[in-house]
Design a protein around this ligand. Structure first.
Ligand code: ZN
Length: 469
């Protein structure tokens, strides 16, 4: 086992002497080292971060871009919270968040809304590494949201500058606007001692007077998130060699059972779960759930009957998002459709949950047809293409119907066309080949092509909006 505190000290010393340097390295992840402390009275997180980035592209880079998600919550902006849900989500009235960059070592920088651009002092050639460090302060809004101080818990996601490409530095009102490569995170997080921490990484805790510092190591993940709060308790079970932790304020076994059953089913069906631990935490959200590597947030406001469906969907994202990445900004149908259809397959294999695949798919189909009917009647026609950037969706209703419901119907049509055996074989290949990478739509379609033959027209008829469902 890695001795994290020693490693942290060494890394901080290294960062102090080498704020900006480059050398040749190949096939290594970006390493984020974050030291942060949360102050609950001010809802602020004060942090130092160093990023060791290796240019894995074939292009020379002169700039690096980071997404500053908290700046989508600044006063005067439209936050990524559904207008319908905003009154309940902002439980204490208006509240704002932001991320302020205080310093950057090794380069000049500019901030434009949710985009941080660092102008490198020297061009970064392919396979070269650069180390940059920065200090920042994040203010969390009071909102039941994946990023925010909720009514009972703090959801600490997207709180740090996330390395991405320039075109993915915006935060549209709908969807999950995150496109990031798998990286390694070494995080040192200090919290008041009364909080409990739910986290998917390997954790060592050091108690101080009135505080606790958590040293967290998360490797091979494309994002880093934790949840903390007072009075959270944890139940756990082992399945397929994985520890499943279920964090909640109130007991409720339906979520833990669904998480365990789903983890076992998807491991058997698609390939082994990629981490040693899987954490589900019931917390304050404006949506049903949200996925992070090795951690799923599931809303504590759900009716008990909704908990299994949301938990299974978020668990499926461990395969279709955490392991196999896709472009969530331009191809949201890929991971959402696969997570939804995997949920339908799970229920088909687990009749005790009382919801079969056919019913699950027909619900999606009915919802999509209702959307299509409304849209065509109101607007004399509807653009039902699925390959489109998040910014092109006019609202959450359109997004859900195209990225979730229509995509569910698409995967059901594909399964009916190719047969169960080849359908599962294609998804196993997809998982094996693209784990740890970001797959394009063509990569997914090619897996079905290899298993069955020509499926391109079936996919394109849905994706391009040509077929009538
Ligand atoms: Zn989802």
């Amino acid at each position: 086992m890695r001795k994290i505190p020693v490693f942290f000290s060494a890394l901080l010393i290294l960062a102090a002497f080498l704020p900006f340097s480059s050398c040749q390295r190949e096939n290594v992840h970006t390493v984020y080292a974050i030291t942060a402390e949360y102050a609950p009275a001010e809802r602020t997180l004060s942090a130092d971060m160093s990023v060791a980035y290796v240019n894995q592209t074939e292009n020379v880079k002169e700039e690096l871009f980071f997404l500053l998600y908290p700046n989508a919550f600044q006063e005067g902006t439209t936050p990524p919270v559904s207008p319908m849900r905003a009154p309940a989500a902002y439980y204490d009235g208006e509240s704002y968040g932001k991320l302020e960059i205080l310093s950057v070592d090794g380069g000049t920088y500019s901030v434009d809304g949710t985009c941080l651009c660092i102008f490198l002092d020297e061009p970064l050639y392919p396979k070269e590494e650069v180390q940059i460090s920065m200090t920042f302060q994040t203010v969390l809004p009071k909102v039941n949201h994946r990023f925010g101080v909720g009514e009972t818990c703090v959801n600490l996601a997207h709180f740090y500058p996330l390395l991405t490409e320039e075109e993915y530095c915006d935060v549209p009102p709908v969807g999950d606007p995150f496109v990031s490569e798998c990286s390694d995170y070494e995080v040192s997080l200090t919290l008041p001692e009364e909080y409990s921490l739910a986290c998917g990484g390997e954790v060592q805790t050091i108690a101080q007077t009135g505080k606790k510092t958590y040293h967290i190591l998360s490797e091979n993940v494309r994002d880093f998130a934790v949840v903390f709060g007072k009075g959270l308790s944890c139940s756990e079970m082992q399945v397929s060699g994985v520890t499943v932790e279920y964090w909640a304020k109130d007991e409720g076994e339906e979520g833990l059972r669904a998480a365990v059953d789903a983890l076992a089913f998807f491991s058997r069906t698609f390939g082994q779960y990629p981490y040693e631990k899987y954490v589900v935490v019931r917390t304050d959200l404006d949506e049903g759930g949200m996925e992070y590597p090795a951690l799923s947030m599931v809303s504590s406001a759900l009716h008990p009957s909704e908990v299994p469906t949301v938990t299974v969907h978020e668990t499926a994202h461990q395969w279709w998002y955490s392991a196999v990445g896709s472009n969530q900004v331009e191809e949201a149908w890929m991971d959402e459709g696969l997570a939804e259809y995997s949920t339908a397959l799970f229920f088909d294999a687990h009749p005790t949950y009382g919801l079969g695949r056919e019913e699950y798919v027909s619900r999606a189909e009915r919802a999509y047809r209702a959307y299509y009917s409304v849209k065509t009647q109101l607007l004399q026609g509807a653009d039902t293409s699925m390959r489109r950037p998040l910014s092109s969706f006019s609202n959450g209703y359109e997004y859900v119907n195209l990225a979730y419901h229509k995509s569910t119907v698409l995967f059901d049509r594909v399964r009916l066309c190719v047969g169960d055996g080849k359908f599962y074989s294609a998804l196993k290949d997809y998982y094996r080949e693209f784990s740890g990478k970001i797959a394009a739509a063509e990569d997914l379609i090619a897996c079905f092509h290899r298993a069955f033959g020509h499926v391109e027209e079936l996919f394109s008829s849905f994706l391009d909006g040509k077929c009538v469902v």
